[in-house]
Design a protein around this ligand. Structure first.
Ligand code: HEC
Length: 404
């Protein structure tokens, strides 16, 4: 019953998380688009009122006229919209899901003894340390004298982000490592909003209300953080969907593939930001495509050596492997306490079901090696080779299953 209720909690919070994330990233992309499309105001009186730029747009059957002021307009207009709850809600729901799936379920989803035999509690402590430490290191760097030099700062940030990917993949199973890479960067993004951008805006508004000059540092700092957030966005969104792609996260070189995909995401964003301003060079886009193709080629599964060996795998032999390694989760009534029903609806507790799922079984145990999850049931290399031989026989039509 508890597992069933947790499943619903997971469902509802995930739904909220996706909705809030769309609202946050959508509004953030919109404002970057807006800023980059500003034209000088057409009417002189707008310029005299302090309007620095304007954009006309049409959407949903209405015409919209947005104007950006060089300085805060006086008196401050009300109501003034802030755009912060989108980010906060995304983080709160996201960290809840991380806790529910990857920390509460650390033994299944975070720790992988074949990577590093951590206890679940140690895994959780390390994960939390990465979240807090990631923000502290990043924030200190931005506030240090180096923070004023955009070029070296970006280079150091890239190296640190790459180190993060590498370190997480040495500590956790691929699936948990990838999601935590996204959670660390996503936490930095939201902390940028909560700790730097919004407090700066509050100080600016307070200064304007008192008729005092605005500290230009607040604007400069907010701009820097929001630029970083823009380039983190695509890598973070990739990791949030990455748990569907075991071909990437289960690969022996998963950290390098993650760095490649994250870099490609940042480059794609570089291209779009430049494109808003007009006359963008297609170079970042071409570089991103080249990196993605390289990652795709590097991750391509190599035929296991056993593929050459002759077949003759008996379905009963295979079934006993499935029973030992898979069926505690993949059964109509799983005996594994974390699963109220067969995960992904895949049953592997009868010959008919195993045959029906043959392609997916092969995909998950031989090609991507995502199953058994975290290799909790200790599937051996011989057993994987057995699945491979059995599947190749089936493909050749030698398995007597009636398939070609
Ligand atoms: C400890 C529990 C557990 C064990 C043991 C386990 N699985 Fe899974 N399996 C899961 C979970 C959880 C998912 C859903 C993964 C996800 O959400 O991405 C899954 C998903 C799957 C899928 C569907 C993946 C897809 O998206 O097509 C297949 C196929 C699969 N497992 C095969 C196997 C095989 C074969 C074994 C044994 C060699 C096995 N599993 C052992 C938990 C387990």
């Amino acid at each position: 019953m508890t597992a069933y209720l947790l499943e619903w909690l997971n469902l509802l919070v995930r739904w909220l998380h996706v909705i809030a994330g769309i609202a946050w990233i959508g509004s953030s992309f919109y404002f970057i688009w807006l800023d980059n499309h500003l034209r000088p105001p057409r009417r002189d009186e707008d310029g005299e009122r302090g309007v620095a730029g304007e954009v006309w747009s049409v959407h949903g059957g209405g015409f919209y006229h947005a104007q950006k002021y060089a300085a805060a307009p006086l008196p401050l207009p009300a109501p003034l919209h802030w755009f912060k709850w989108e980010a906060y809600t995304t983080w709160l729901s996201g960290i809840f899901l991380t806790g529910l799936i990857y920390w509460y379920g650390a033994s299944v989803y975070l720790v992988d003894p074949s990577v590093l035999p951590l206890s679940p509690a140690a895994g959780v402590v390390i994960a939390v340390a990465f979240l807090v430490g990631g923000w502290l290191v990043y924030d200190l760097l931005c506030r240090s004298p180096l923070g004023k030099r955009e070029g070296p700062l970006s280079a150091i940030l890239f190296v640190l982000v790459a180190l993060l990917a590498w370190a997480l993949c040495q500590l956790f199973g691929g699936r948990g490592a990838f999601i935590h890479f996204g959670v660390v960067l996503g936490t930095i993004m939201v902390a940028n909003v909560a700790m730097v951008i919004i407090p700066g805006q509050k100080r600016m508004v307070a200064a304007v209300a008192l008729g005092k000059p605005i500290d230009p540092e607040d604007g400069i700092r907010a701009k820097q953080r929001s630029v970083h957030n823009t380039y983190f966005t695509l890598p973070v969104l990739f990791t949030m969907t990455s748990n569907h792609y075991a071909v990437v996260y289960s690969h022996a070189w998963n950290w390098l593939l993650l760095i490649g995909i994250a870099l490609a995401g940042a480059l794609i964003r570089v291209y779009f930001v430049a494109r808003h301003k007009g006359g963008a060079s297609p170079l970042p886009l071409a570089a991103a495509a080249a990196i993605l193709i390289a990652v795709m080629l590097a991750a391509a599964p190599r035929a296991p050596a056993a593929a050459e060996a002759s077949g003759g795998v008996d379905i009963e032999e295979l079934r006993s492997v499935m029973e030992a390694r898979c069926a505690n989760c993949h059964a109509a009534e799983p005996t594994h306490p974390a699963f109220p029903a067969a995960p992904a609806g895949v049953l592997l507790d009868s010959n008919a079901e195993i045959l029906r799922n043959a392609e997916r079984v092969h995909q998950q145990t031989v090609i991507s090696r995502a199953m058994p999850i975290g290799n909790l049931t200790g599937m051996t290399e011989e057993e994987r080779a057995l699945v491979d031989r059995w599947y190749r026989d089936l493909e050749r039509g030698a398995g007597g299953s009636g398939r070609d």
